[in-house]
Ligand binder design. Sequence first.
Ligand SMILES: Nc1nc2c(ncn2[C@@H]2O[C@H](COP(=O)(O)OP(=O)(O)OP(=O)(O)O)[C@@H](O)[C@H]2O)c(=O)[nH]1
Ligand SMILES: C=C(OP(=O)(O)O)C(=O)O
Length: 257
Amino acid sequence: MWSVVVPVKRLPDAKSRLAGFSGENRAALALAFAGDTVAAALACPLVCAVFAVTGDTRVAGRLRALGARIVADDGPDGLNGAVETGRLRALADDPRCRVAALTSDLPGLLTRDLTEALAAAPGSRAFVPDTPGSGTTLLLSDRLGALGPRFGVNSRYAHEASGALLLAGAGRSLRRDVDTVEDLADAIRLGVGPYTAAALDRIGWRTYRGPASDYADADSDYADSEHADAQNSAVEGAASGCAAAKHDPRRCDRALR
Ligand SMILES: Nc1nc2c(ncn2[C@@H]2O[C@H](COP(=O)(O)OP(=O)(O)OP(=O)(O)O)[C@@H](O)[C@H]2O)c(=O)[nH]1
Ligand SMILES: C=C(OP(=O)(O)O)C(=O)O
């Protein structure tokens, strides 16, 4: 069984690479991504508890309501310090559970992809690379709970160099982190969870839930493939418009209205 530590940055600073959205919308998206990530982890049968490490009261309120345990991120050591703080709290609360660190920017995370990755864990430290291949979305402790987090730019290589094993074959939803507007378009194509879908709808990015989603039985205007194809094209167009218009900080907010 696993304790899952999810570090979540303060919303005013979060998702800075989604600069085409207003600050308010960027914060709403970061909060929604974290909600979908944590909800998927909480539903995993191999997870004892989810520990969200954050210094943001809005994030804490939302994730506590979902069932996560909140750990204050008040240290000076950034992302890896926050992961270490979460690891210590997780081991104190549930010493029999191994520790996994999961980034909070996986809006399409499927519980089954996380479950499969945890079930495939070796006895030693291991990690799942992100979709681009240079980052990390999931880091697994060894049997004694040692994590050795090296998240940050090119963390995949740092984790490999530190002896962590690459967990091959992880599901797409576990690897699709969202840093840029192109990542967001790809995540929408794969299917995002309900918090992200609602946030996107409020912003004006209408979404449908893709076939890979856990939410296939939910009502959707875009459930049939003809509409889904049209929607995919519209999202692609909006994403490339946002990416091409970086000088206009509100370009993404106007997309698809
Ligand atoms: N608690 C905590 N979480 C962090 C911190 N920095 C990053 N994170 C989280 O770590 C994961 C990866 O974060 P990054 O990609 O570095 O940052 P981001 O806010 O997601 O995006 P950018 O601002 O575009 O870099 C996300 O879950 C973040 O919320 C930190 O200082 N404290
Ligand atoms: C912090 C990381 O994420 P990102 O690539 O999202 O910045 C990482 O991959 O270690």
